[in-house]
Each structure stands twice: as C-alpha cells, then as structure tokens.
Design a protein around this ligand. Sequence first.
Ligand SMILES: Nc1ncnc2c1ncn2[C@@H]1O[C@H](COP(=O)(O)OP(=O)(O)OP(=O)(O)O)[C@@H](O)[C@H]1O
Length: 625
Amino acid sequence: MSDSVDSAAVSADSMGVAAKTGQSGTVVRSTVMRRLLKNPMGIASLVILLTITVLAILAPVIAPFEENFANISKTLAAPDSVNIMGTDSAGRDTWSRLLFGAQLTLLSALLCAGVAIAIGLPAGLIAGYYAGKFEAVSNWVVSILMSLPGLIVLLTIRAAFGPSVWISMIAFGVLISPSYFRLTRTAVQSVRNELYVDAARVSGLSDLSIIARHIFSVVRAPIIIQTAAIAGVAIAIQSGLEFLGLGDPTKATWGVMLSEGFKNVYLTPILLLWPALAMALTIGGLVLLGNAIRDALEDGEKIKHRKKRALASADSTTTDPAKARQSRKSVAAVDAGTEHHLVKVTNLGVGYPQADGSIKKVVDDVSFHVDRGEILGIVGESGSGKSQTAFSILGLLPDNARIVGGSIQFDGNYTVAPGDDRVSQERLSKLRGKRISYIPQEPMSNLDPAFTIGYQLVTPMVRVLGISKAEARQRALKLLTDVGIINPERTFEAYPHEVSGGMAQRVLIAGAISCEPDLVIADEPTTALDVTVQADVLDLLRELQQRLNIGVILVTHNFGVVADLCDRVAVMQNGRLVEEGTVREILRNPKEPYTQTLLGSMLEGKTPMTMLVSKPGSAQKEPVA
Ligand SMILES: Nc1ncnc2c1ncn2[C@@H]1O[C@H](COP(=O)(O)OP(=O)(O)OP(=O)(O)O)[C@@H](O)[C@H]1O
C-alpha cells in the first residue's frame, strides 16, 4: 500500500479522534436538539413557543373564566387580582380570552402550513426530479394560483362557507402552496444531476429511495425555514381577517381581541397591547426557531444516520447473500438464438437532436463485446464518444439523448432492442447496481456529502442482496479491508469530506463490487487521483477483477492504463470504433493511423513500458517492442 494511502488513513484517524473530542473544524457528534439548545436563538425561540403552546393546551384548566363569560358590571376594567389583564368592553376576561385565542391561533397556523406542505412538497419533488409533463402542468397550475388575488379569494370563501377559521386556513394553505412547490422544485433541480444521484441510481436504488434519501435531505432545511415563516404569515392573515370583522364572533381569537382593543384604543389602550404582544412573540418565535433548526440540521443529518447504524447492528435478521444472488441471477434468461456474451453492443448509434431538427451522432455504428473475466479498454481522445458508449450500457444517457441505431444485450437480454430510441430504464433498473455497477471518474462528487460512507455502502447491499443491515455492515467492513483501507471501521463511520480522494475511489470500488456484479464499468477511474495513488487503484481493480471473475469495461484516454490492465482494446475516434483487438495486437501492430498517433503520443519521450513485461501466470502483457 502506498504511503499516500497510509497518510490518508492516518489523517482520517486523527479526524475521527478529533470528532470524538469535538475540536473545531471537525464533525461535532451531537443531536439536533443539543445543537439547538447550544444556540441562544434556539433557546429563546423554544422557550417562547413552548410557553405559548403549553398555555394554549392548558387553557381550559388555567383560564379563570370561559372564553365568552361576560361580567357586564365590570367592562373595560383595569387589571386587578381577579382579571389580571383587565376586561374588554363586554366585561370578558382578557387573560382567559388570550389563552383560548392561543389554541385557535396555533392550530390554524399548523393547518395552513400542513395543507401548503402536503400540496407543494410532493408536487415540487416530483416536478424537480422527473421534470417533463408533470412539471409543465404543475407550473401552469402554480401560475394560476399565484395570479389569484389571495385576499379576495379568502373573502369569497368566507362569503360562501361562513366565518370558519378552518376553511379560511385550508384555502390559504392551498393559495400559499406554490411557495413550497417552487422552493422544492428548485432545490431538487439543483441536485438532480449531481453525480452522487447518478451513483445512487447505478447502485440499484429506486427513484423513491433516491428522492427520500438523497433529494429530500437537500430540501428539508429550506422547507423548515419556510414553514416557520408561513406559520407566521398564516397567523397574521388569520388575525387580519378577524380584525376586519370577518372571523367567527363566537370564538376568542387574537384577531378579534385586536379589533376589540382597536375600537377602545382611547379608553383602554392596554387592550390592544396583549393580543399584539402575543402575536409578535409567536411570529418572532417561529422565525427564530426556523433559523435555529436550519443551523442545527446542517450537522444534525449526521446524527440521524448514526442512530440508524446503531439500529442496524441490533438487527438480527439475516439472509444468505449467496441465495439472494442466485435468485437474482435466475431472473435473467438468455434470449434464444443470440450469440452469448456478457455484454454485446451491436452497431450502436447515439445522437442528440439539434435546433434544426437534425440529430447529431456522437456514437456511430459501434460494436464490441465483453465477457466475464476480461477487461475491455475503450480508448480515445476527449470527445471521441467513450463515455456516451459506456452510459448507453448503464442507461445513464441524458433525457434528450436518442438511440439512433443498433442494440445492446446484457447476458443475452436486450437492454436496447433493435428499433428502440431510448435505453429501457425498466430493463436496466433490474440490472443496475445488481449485475452491472459503475466506478466513476470523480470519487468525491459521487459520494453524497450528507451520508456516511458506511451508510452509502450498506443501503444498496440491504436492498439488492436482501441481507440485514448488521450483515451488510460486516460485509462493508470486509470490502473496505479488501480494497486496502487500513482502518475500515473509521472509514465506515466517516463522511466523504473526511477521506482523501484515493480513499474515496477505493470506497467507490468497494461499492461497485459490493453486490457481486458481473460487469463493472469504470470511467477514467484514476483521472481525478494523485499520480502516486493511480497505480495502486489500478492494481486493486485488476486484482479484484481476477479474483471475482468480473467483466470490466474500462473507459480511458490513456494507452498506458490499457497496456497495464486490459485484455482487449477498442479504439474510438469521433464516435466511431476505428480499431479493436487484443492489447498485444494493437500495441504491436496498430493498423489505423489514429491508433498509431495515440500510441505515439503516449510513447514519445517516455521510458519503455516495463509493465508490459510478461510474467508467467500473471495478467501482465509482453513488451510492445
Ligand atoms: N448532453 C449532451 N448533448 C449533446 N452532446 C453531448 C452531450 N453529452 C456529450 N455530448 C457529445 O458527445 C460527444 C462524445 O462525448 P463523450 O463524453 O462520450 O466523450 P469522451 O470520449 O468520453 O470524452 P472525455 O474523455 O472527455 O470524457 C462529445 O462531442 C460531446 O460533446
């Protein structure tokens, strides 16, 4: 193992220690609530809101009078020992009405925010993640809702259904739901194309799991802030309607009390003070709480998954992974009459529609195959179509990409059948993460920063292999050891930012082989790594491929990597496959001028390729010359 990996492991070790001791610059392992309570803003808002909530709940017990009990012999009275906040113009006790008003105010704010979230959040998640027609229709509905004059709609509803606070708040919740929709959709769009979302898809997670795990965690904090703000607005709107005399006169609410105080402002100005103070404290408390929770959540995400891990180790249900694997494999039957290879790409064409209606081909008439236990290198300069070919096999082409010809078979089954214009996601979702896995180019961008490495390894295994979390944890630790990570326990607990690029790539390799795939597609797996780590990662890849008898497609622009690692090589230029053969053939006798140029640029001024010296029983190749 290289020094760099050692030092990376050491630095991760030291981080782990620091995390435990809570030193600055490290992840502080505390609960969201603890973080909230460390924040003066959090404490102040919690004290205010909890006090108001407790008082509202206990109103029937602690209020000295019924909300509408009127003592007409004591109107507009100043505070005394019986009526501690005085009475209104009908002789009703202000303190009692304030308490009952708190109940109604808080519940109506909750109802309004709940309705808005129930409509706006799922719609925003679906529109942001899937886009397409649903997004177009949602945008249309949202535009209509936003163009409605809210106050007039509320007045109309009040006229139609009577002065019910609940109906007004449901209507207001619907009117305000576009704010949740837009917030959620924008947040989802910002992460939808992140590599770690693609990686999650490749690891076999369903869309629902990806939305719940990777996408929802991004929108959660803004939603909480928004909810605090919207609850405050709901209180203000509800009180405003009641202040205008449009509320239910039989109910004691802060808006009605405000109106009552306003009418008597010259006689008893203090009547205006109490409901105004209650509203200001509640709305201010909500805003402060929203901000404090947002701050706490930024680290709280990590806590949640520690708890999940603790539950995982307590989980005793186990399933035999070998059986799970066997049952998975039995699903894939070989189509009769097809020449059998692990992957067979036949005359594949991929294109993108252009503004003038034409389709620009970026992969054109490409054919090759890969079998178990062999490594095929796809080599070519930047833009030659290597990644587009690999993404066609993985089903990760962008939405606007079109299959313009040919077919792809995996283990005899078509994932792209002749005549298809898109990769069948339905067929591929049964294979991705289970039988086909992916090692990406940029290790850091392919790990979700919000989840620990262990969590990201365990989740696909539980799902795909059907094993318990405890067993998946054991397997993940073994895999981390297998890929040369010195302290697997610590790496398992670490977040992606706590490990080096080389370690992150090892983690992704561990993830790629975790569900015992038949095919691994590695897209420039060493490009983003320090040169000192590249050789280690390639060695690891070769060792695992031989031990597990996996088929590998290695996308690279580097003939040196091909020479060191691959059995066969396909050379691509401008979307076309110009030459294909065994590595020895191509390196010894390149027929195409393009291949000769590529080889020449690699060899020019370089020392002889010592890695090509053959060793009996080894996978290394003979010298070029
Ligand atoms: N979403 C897209 N829309 C239109 N053209 C695209 C899109 N993605 C890729 N292309 C084009 O497809 C061609 C092949 O790209 P591809 O990513 O496969 O190249 P590559 O050989 O993998 O290069 P690199 O080594 O730089 O990744 C390029 O000309 C590129 O501009």
